[in-house]
Design a protein around this ligand. Structure first.
Ligand SMILES: Nc1ncnc2c1ncn2[C@@H]1O[C@H](COP(=O)(O)OP(=O)(O)OP(=O)(O)O)[C@@H](O)[C@H]1O
Ligand SMILES: [Mg+2]
Length: 263
């Protein structure tokens, strides 16, 4: 096991959690009556842990993340995030186009209560952290897709939350840019004590990033299986160990999709 993994594990207190999802179910009302989307999900994220939630399209991943973010309420069960309100990052960057990269980050700092005099220095530090030093004055339309996601990551980090919720944040990027951002996210996660709950339907991405992969079934979403990823970081998406575990998980995912008639 990598030293870093041990350090991370040692950092974790024996008790406590970044998120505790207990027996959570969620139904939505529609023209055909109530639709059960999530069924009895129980999942803890430890402080400093990196967990990926993997599942087929429509299985309820975003629904679950939104519940953890507090954007919606479960129909049954409970969700606790003892470290306070989590930060959320979506597939689309959701930056304000009329603000510069720096001002987008400063907005999050303002909402966090950081004094005005400290905001610029902190925004520049966060831009350095995502390797975008010098982009402070750039407007959103002047940035590439990968750069926008970096700013979005910096803005999420500006909230200084103990839990970072990420919903397919790199799905719209090309493979090379995604690869670079995987490295950056792993580095930032290791440098900070943040816990990450990362949603994806990309098995390789899940294995590349996570300490633990949780597979959700479809219709309704339930925890089907989970894997501890005992592969040294930094990993590469093409590493043999990553590929082997991905094959095993893909088999399970295929089984889930076949069982529920999705594609
Ligand atoms: N606000 C809502 N009202 C009604 N139904 C909803 C609502 N939000 C989600 N659903 C339904 O819940 C199910 C799960 O949706 P969700 O967006 O959580 O899936 P997902 O796993 O994130 O899929 P994808 O990988 O495509 O993003 C879908 O059938 C969807 O139509
Ligand atoms: Mg989704």
């Amino acid at each position: 096991m990598a030293t870093t993994t041990l350090t991370k594990a040692e950092d974790r207190t024996a008790v406590g959690h970044a998120a505790r999802i207990a027996h959570v179910s969620k139904s939505f009302g529609g023209p055909e009556g109530q639709q059960l989307v999530l069924d009895d999900i129980t999942l803890d994220v430890a402080p400093g842990e990196f967990v990926t939630l993997l599942g087929a399209s429509g299985c309820g991943k975003s629904t679950l993340l939104n519940l953890v973010a507090g954007l919606d309420r479960p129909t049954a069960g409970s969700i606790e995030t003892p470290g306070g309100r989590p930060a959320l990052m979506f597939q689309e960057h959701a930056l304000f186009p009329w603000l510069t990269a720096g001002k987008n980050i400063e907005l999050a700092l303002r909402l966090r209560g950081v004094p005005k005099s400290d905001r610029r220095t902190e925004a520049e530090r966060l831009l350095e952290l995502v390797r975008l030093g010098g982009a402070y004055g750039k407007r959103v339309h002047e940035l590439s897709g990968g750069m926008r996601q970096r700013v979005a990551m910096a803005r999420a980090l500006a909230q200084d939350s103990q839990l970072l919720l990420m919903d397919e944040p790199f799905a719209a990027l090309d493979a090379i840019t995604r690869d670079v951002l995987h490295d950056e996210l792993t580095r930032i996660w290791r440098e900070t004590n943040v816990s990450v709950l990362f949603v994806t339907h990309n098995v390789r991405e899940a294995v590349r990033l996570a300490e633990r992969v949780v597979l959700l079934s479809s219709r309704p979403g339930r925890v089907a299986r989970e894997w501890t990823v005992d592969i040294d970081q930094p990993r590469r998406i093409e590493d043999t160990a990553v590929a082997e575990l991905s094959v095993e998980i893909t088999e399970e995912l295929r089984g889930e999709i076949r069982r529920h008639g999705q594609h």
